[in-house]
Design a protein around this ligand. Structure first.
Ligand SMILES: O=C(O)C[C@H](O)C(=O)O
Ligand code: SF4
Length: 514
């Protein structure tokens, strides 16, 4: 085996997976877009998403800043040295990270230290299997953290909010799957794809669920009952009305794939792996002697490049007269109190990034900069330093805000922060603080990392770099950074409203179907 060539092939697979969304996923996104009426928040979000997909193509840069947890599934002919292949994959991962195609995403679970190269204990995940064919099959998924956090496992029988009892049968499974879509809301960057594993134990059940994400979105389940269940879920889950980003809308689910395995008498698990719209999984077959790529997988059918859409939207964007409020820090309390849920905000000037480590730090320490009247962006960007030591943003979409719920309100009050930008919304504690202090929550489009990177005109500084690139506090100057007010200073929350109405709709699926 030519191992250098194999390494180069793996590098190519990693870069393509991170930057070029598979054809089946593009078709699902396009179909979703066609369902939404022009001018709605869902249509606007999908326009940003498809624009972002195109920008990632053009820039050969990450579709989303979150590299996720890279997982390789490999089948090798008997006799291939798997230890050598694993080393080559590690080298390719480190190189792709150095080149800004992946974000350094591997963190020591105890110390919080970022290894800087995406390697570390247990990472990346590489799973081997032998087969009797004479070539190697390598599949890769980059599954982000926000959607991973929305995975869920049910142990049947159980009681489900809205749906009542889910028993140990096909109908109980149906209820669990519908519930899994409801509980994800927009936080895993809906519209999403789900892989479902029925049976097994807690770990093999989740493995089976994730295995489903390697199926083509267009395939038909050969198992008759599972095919019917998949079709039922695809027809009905969209009735929940959660929509893109949880803003409400026609499409909530883009794909549903279900697998089954045996279980033991005492256990009955239904495991659901949720994947965001930025569904980055690809595969190649590789010649076992030369190490060269034979064929790319998931390449059936048309490739939608979204170029025409981008042109059309650019034209209509100038015609529509949606009210857009421009904000520039420092922002006053009066300006904030004028904003209402649904307003579109355009930000120019300064913002600071801050995510998990920064929020914990700020709750215990002074801020390294004056945050009075400022904007915090929940974002862990992909950054590259040039030869002159200057930092450049390679990808910079929002992260899931709800993780900062324990800290957010207190920090806003403590430092006088007026606006936070993130995705997926926040809870009652933050909502109360926004009202009391005069603050606003702005929802950016999750996964649109190229789109937002383009709005960042300069990186003017960085603090708390000891937390690593994604977790540091970056000082950014932006221009035309657009987001929607989804929680205002008057006690209104779009997230709360969509959660409530989708729970009501979920209850419509209470009656037995299978
Ligand atoms: O880590 C990130 O940048 C985002 C994460 O994937 C998320 O969805 O919250
Ligand atoms: S930010 Fe959204 S699109 Fe990106 S990995 Fe997280 S869930 Fe997926």
């Amino acid at each position: 085996m030519n191992i250098e060539k194999f390494q180069a092939s793996m590098y190519e697979l990693i870069v393509e997976t991170s930057t070029n969304l598979p054809k089946d996923v593009r078709r699902a996104v396009k179909a979703a877009k066609e369902m939404e009426s022009a001018g709605t928040r869902a249509a606007m979000s999908l326009a940003t998403i498809t624009n972002n997909i195109k920008m990632a193509d053009d820039n050969v840069s990450p579709i989303c800043q979150d590299t996720g947890l890279p997982t390789f599934k490999i089948k090798t002919p008997v006799g291939v040295n798997q230890i050598e292949l694993k080393k080559a994959i590690h080298n390719a991962i480190a190189k792709a990270t150095k080149d800004g195609k992946l974000r350094p995403n591997s963190v020591d679970s105890l110390t919080g230290e970022n290894s800087g190269d995406n390697l570390g204990i247990g990472l990346p995940v590489v799973k081997f299997e032998q087969w009797e064919k004479d070539y190697i099959d390598v599949r890769l998924i980059l599954k982000g953290g926000g959607c991973e956090n929305k995975n869920i496992q049910y142990s049947l029988p159980c009681e489900l909010e809205g749906l009542g009892r889910a028993g140990r049968d096909l109908d109980g499974i149906r209820k669990c799957i519908l519930h899994s879509v409801y509980q994800a809301q927009g936080q895993g960057c809906s519209a999403g794809f789900i892989g479902v594993g029925i049976g097994g134990d807690r770990s093999s059940g989740y493995d089976l669920a994730k295995e489903q994400l390697f199926r083509s979105n267009d395939d038909v389940n050969p198992h008759d009952d599972l095919r019917k269940l998949e079709e039922y879920i695809m027809e009905n889950a969209n009735e929940l009305g959660i929509g893109t980003m949880g803003f409400g809308g026609e499409t909530t689910l883009l794909g549903c794939k279900i697998g089954v395995m045996n279980r033991i008498p005492a256990s009955f698990f239904v495991s659901v792996a949720y994947n965001c719209w930025a569904f980055r999984r690809l595969g190649v077959t590789v010649n076992a002697e030369t190490g060269e790529i034979n064929e790319w997988l998931y390449q059936e059918g048309d490739k939608i490049d979204f170029a025409q859409e981008a042109e059309k939207e650019a034209a209509t964007a100038t015609e529509t007269d949606t009210k857009v409020v421009t904000l520039q820090a420092p922002i006053t309390e009066e300006q904030i109190r004028e904003l209402k849920v649904g307003d579109v905000v355009r930000i120019d000037g300064r913002m600071f990034t801050g995510r998990d480590a920064i929020h914990k730090y700020l709750s215990e320490n002074d801020a390294p900069v004056d945050l009075n009247g400022q904007i915090i962006y929940h974002c862990g960007p992909v950054m590259l330093k040039d030869e002159d030591g200057k930092w450049h943003v390679k990808a910079a979409g929002p992260t899931t805000s709800i993780r900062e719920e324990p800290y957010q309100g207190d920090i806003m009050k403590k430092f006088g922060i007026r606006a936070v930008i993130g995705k997926g919304g926040m809870g009652p504690k933050t909502l109360a603080a926004l009202q009391e202090h005069g603050g606003v929550y702005l929802n950016a489009i999750g996964g649109a990392a190229q789109y937002y990177a383009d709005c960042i005109k300069s990186v003017d500084g960085v603090d708390l770099m000891q937390f690593g690139i994604p977790e540091a506090m970056w000082h950014l100057t932006v221009e035309g950074f657009t987001a929607v007010v989804t929680m205002d200073a008057h006690g209104n929350s779009l997230h709360q409203d969509v959660d409530k109405s989708s729970l009501e709709k979920l209850a419509q699926f209470k009656e037995r179907v299978f």
